[in-house]
Design a protein around this ligand. Structure first.
Ligand code: F6R
Length: 610
């Protein structure tokens, strides 16, 4: 989620650091920092704000030969100077930059505190600096110290480490977060993302999970975490710098759609325990506090509102408590009936949406306990809520929200299962199936994304449609709303998305040849009724595109096009596997219609006016 770079060679190291960081600013941009060799020891300079702020700070400072640098997208701790990377141990023996999430950092921090370490930041990363320093103090060489320090660490990391006593090397390691080493002549580079390195080299080594590397000016030596040597042949990068920023894709939107398995995995990380338990280590709510909520209010806009609707479906079924979902912009006009023991949940990717913020302030005045489900750490909504769960989607650059939606839904599922467990409202077996489904979710979403070639072909047939219906029943009706929003906002296709049962009460009048209807049919108990709706469309010569689960033998017989998605262990979880198909469809329709996909007309990524 953050960007990291490193350099060893004879160029001015700070110039390289700033230049490579700027090429990664699209990944995260709330603070930046650099560690470099100051002649006698390591020096660290870091600043909250954009890279320009760091550049101003470094004005007049010179360093040759060695630096690691970082641009941060906060995951633990607000964006401020102490939380910016690099992080060091007390004596400044090591400086670490890190991209990823250390799941068990609280546990490790407690142990380090008990052993007398002092912490200066709220980050998960700082534990790594102290752990490495402890190993160095026991006499281990830098690479061995890093390998040993990483043994107890769970989670994702790409790290680059400098050592005051070894200014001839950068030690790197990777697990579940990308890291590449760029090869030069008498110089070498490190980066979390290839675009950072393209002006310097196109020959890179792609590290694998569990690799640890020692990078000097003239050599790269790789081992596995257990110390065994390993060879990774370099590859030649042929992408343009712009394509590389998008991971080789044409648009950020498709990159972000394809990142969903990873984003959901990061969101579940540390919250879904291997034994099936659920925890929110960041929240200071005790079980008794949670148990007192009799009613839940969800407030959000646009895609986040649609995530809230999916959450309502799951929470009401699992918890048997009323959940109301409001558009933030309508909240104050709805004249909500204020009731005690209500948990008010605010969902927002940016954390800055003015309508949601205004509703949050009303709820605070009314004395509700407020919980934010937010992507951007330290944003206004995150700061003003009593409690916040961060979605860990990473920066979402495309205006159309995709991975933020999936991670919001994943948090609501976690919350639903957690609350139902502490309130005893779900049979044990259903709870276990829910947990199993969430654990499998990254791979189920990945399977759903494998339908892309088929979805693209369907888009080729249907992209000229003048009007698209998006239809479902139950939770599928909520997914239909999100699918319709996607195609409307990026492909400018007019849509209608009533619950399928409403068609004959009016909207059916709009169906004529050329009109398409996208049906979402993941819920077994709605299929017979949906069959009737599907026939209504066909009888008026509309075209039916069906998205259903692999067990459906009824509806595909009637549809013009069918895409099958995997069936999760609990039907409530199916939105996470069906939405990728609708996102891909909207994306390909927009591409075929020649639309400006990442920045659709009339829209902005963050809506900060009411
Ligand atoms: C649609 C989209 C918007 C946002 C909405 C809320 O793709 O991105 O509908 O979901 O503007 O924004 P946040 O989540 O930042 O509060």
């Amino acid at each position: 989620m953050c960007g990291i770079t490193g350099y060893i060679g004879s160029r001015p190291a700070l110039e390289v650091a700033l230049d490579t960081l700027k090429r990664l600013e699209y990944r995260g941009y709330d603070s930046a920092g650099v560690a470099f060799w100051g002649g006698e020891k390591l020096q660290v300079m870091k600043r909250a704000g954009k890279i320009q702020q760091l550049s101003d700070l470094l004005n007049g400072v010179e360093a040759h030969g060695l630096a690691v640098s970082h641009t941060r997208w906060a995951t633990h701790g607000i964006p401020n100077d102490p939380n910016a990377h690099p992080h060091t141990d007390e004596q400044g023996c090591v400086a670490v930059v890190h991209n990823g999430i250390i799941e068990n950092y609280l546990e490790l921090k407690q142990e380090l505190l008990a052993r007398g370490h002092q912490f200066r930041s709220e980050t998960d990363t700082e534990v790594l600096a102290h752990l490495i320093e402890e190993q160095l103090a026991q006499g281990y060489a830098p690479e061995e110290a890093v390998r040993r320090a990483l043994q107890p660490v769970r989670g994702s990391y790409a790290i680059a480490v400098l050592f005051t006593d070894y200014p001839d090397r950068v030690v790197v390691a990777r697990n579940d977060s990308p890291l590449v080493i760029g090869l030069g002549d008498g110089e070498n580079f490190v980066a979390s993302d290839i675009p950072a390195l393209l002006p310097y080299t196109r020959r890179v080594i792609l590290l694998e999970n569990g690799d640890v590397g020692v990078v000097t000016r003239d050599a790269v030596r790789l081992t596995r975490l257990d110390g065994a040597s390993v060879e990774r042949p370099p590859v030649e990068i042929t992408w343009s710098a712009e394509a590389a920023e998008k991971g080789g894709h044409e648009h950020f939107m498709i990159k972000e759609i394809l990142e969903q398995p990873e984003a959901v995995r990061d969101t579940l990380r540390g919250r879904l325990k291997p034994n099936g338990g659920i925890q929110f280590p960041e929240l200071k709510l005790e079980v008794e506090d949670w148990q007192k909520f009799r009613r839940i209010l969800i407030v959000a806009c646009g895609t986040a509102y649609h995530a809230g609707l999916v959450g309502k479906h799951a929470l009401e079924r699992w918890l048997r408590r009323p959940v109301e979902v409001y558009y933030s912009s309508e909240f104050r006009y709805g004249d909500p009936i204020l009731q005690p023991n209500t948990l008010a949940v605010f969902i927002s990717q940016s954390g800055e949406t003015a309508d949601t913020l205004a509703a949050l302030r009303l709820c605070r005045e009314a004395g509700y306990t407020t919980l934010g489900i937010v992507n951007v750490v330290g944003s206004s909504i995150a700061r003003e809520c009593d409690h916040v769960i961060y979605t860990q989607a990473g920066p979402e650059i495309s205006v159309a929200s995709t991975k933020a939606y999936s991670t919001q839904v994943a948090v609501l599922y976690l919350l639903g299962l957690y609350l139902s467990a502490i309130n005893g409202t779900l049979p044990m077996q259903t709870y276990s199936e829910g947990v199993k489904g969430l654990m499998q979710m990254p791979s189920l979403i990945a399977r759903s994304l494998e339908t892309e070639p088929q979805v693209r072909q369907i888009a080729e047939q249907l992209h000229q449609t003048p009007l698209a219906f998006y239809l479902g029943r139950g939770v599928d009706a909520y997914v239909a709303m999100e699918g319709a929003l996607k195609i409307k906002e990026i492909a400018y296709v007019p849509t209608q998305e009533p619950p399928a049962g409403e068609m004959k009460h009016g909207p059916l009048a709009l169906v004529e040849p050329g009109v398409i209807a996208v049906f979402i049919a993941t819920q077994e108990r709605t299929r017979e009724k949906l069959l009737g709706n599907l026939k209504e469309i066909k009888a008026r010569q509309g075209t039916v595109f069906l998205v259903t689960t692999e067990d459906d033998h009824l509806l595909p017989q009637e549809a013009d096009y069918t895409v099958f998605v995997p069936k999760p262990p609990l039907e409530e979880l199916s939105p996470l596997v069906s939405i990728p198909v609708l996102q891909l469809f909207a994306y390909h329709v927009a591409r075929l219609r020649g639309c400006e996909i990442d920045q659709p007309r009339n829209l902005a990524k963050s809506v900060t006016v009411e």
